[in-house]
Design a protein around this ligand. Structure first.
Ligand SMILES: Nc1ncnc2c1ncn2[C@@H]1O[C@H](COP(=O)(O)OP(=O)(O)OP(=O)(O)O)[C@@H](O)[C@H]1O
Length: 268
């Protein structure tokens, strides 16, 4: 059904999915996932656990999208499937017009290095390198030039108040998270997937990081962020709620109360 420029889809679980692809005057669609499921093998038994049950979603350039939901609802799994890191069991994924699961390994590596950025819950830093070398690693791999002063300025901006020549093991959790964020901020990618990017940060640093991600969206970058922080999700353009591996609600320009109610309703 197409209504007022928006496609409304009822998926096989009876959930309403809003497809913004055709909204008039909106910017270009950069993420399109259709009806994805994800099953994983569990334990020693030959049984599969289905974590995602037919999730469909699109996002546009310059859009800040948040994914909220209770622990274990499938947020990280969805982000990994969307971003090309974990192939869904079924369904379609397109990022920047490309199905990342159909790329040859070398092309997939280039795509991940140059077009999309990831801020992982577990930071995914290289322990044998310093903070600075971790930040510039993707740039070096892509043979891109970088300006040391600009990186130092960025580190100052995000309150990274320790020596960037320190090795990762000698940094606090929050400092490691800032390194992971800085690595993505300098990469000039067009889509950023962030899994609880401010989870280990003090509230001032969290606000600064959110502001920097918001600035990137103003330059056309699409940011997809998993978060437990309702106040932060309330400052994104669109929030989706997930429960038991299903997309439940899509809230455009949500406010904190709406989000709280949406998550609380799900518990009833
Ligand atoms: N490889 C796996 N094998 C077995 N179970 C898994 C696997 N990956 C995820 N799960 C389970 O799937 C569910 C969803 O996990 P996921 O990490 O996506 O949830 P989440 O919403 O991101 O949780 P949180 O908010 O706690 O980070 C959880 O119950 C988790 O234990």
């Amino acid at each position: 059904m197409i209504w007022a420029g928006v496609t409304i889809i009822i998926n096989r679980h009876g959930n309403v999915v809003v497809d913004w692809k055709v909204v008039s005057g909106m910017s270009k669609q950069v993420i399109d996932i259709q009806n994805i499921t994800k099953k994983v093998a569990t334990g020693g038994r030959q049984t599969n656990l289905e974590i995602l049950h037919g999730v469909s979603l699109t996002a546009n350039e310059g859009e800040f999208l948040s994914i909220v939901g209770p622990s274990g609802s499938g947020k990280s799994t969805l982000l990994h499937c969307m971003s090309g890191l974990s192939k869904p069991t079924s369904g379609l994924v397109e990022v920047l017009g490309v199905d990342p699961y159909k790329l040859r390994p070398s092309k997939a590596a280039t795509f991940r290095r140059t077009q999309v950025g990831f801020i992982f819950q577990s930071y995914n830093l290289v322990p044998a390198l310093t903070a600075f070398d971790n930040i510039v690693l993707p740039l070096r791999l892509a043979h891109k030039k970088f300006d040391r002063d600009q990186i130092d300025q960025l580190l100052k901006k995000i309150n990274f108040n320790t020596n960037p020549n320190n090795f990762i093991a000698n940094l606090s959790g929050g400092e490691q998270q800032k390194v992971a964020i800085a690595r993505v901020l300098v990469s000039n990618c067009r889509v950023i997937f962030a899994d609880e990017p401010t989870g280990a940060l003090d509230s001032v640093s969290g606000k600064i990081i959110f502001g920097l991600l918001r600035d990137l969206t103003k330059q056309g970058v699409c940011v997809v962020m998993v978060t437990h922080d309702i106040e932060m999700a309330a400052r994104t353009d669109r929030a989706i709620t997930l429960r038991d591996g299903q997309l439940r609600k899509i809230l455009t320009k949500p406010n904190a109360q709406e989000l709280f109610d949406a998550l609380n309703d799900e518990k009833k």
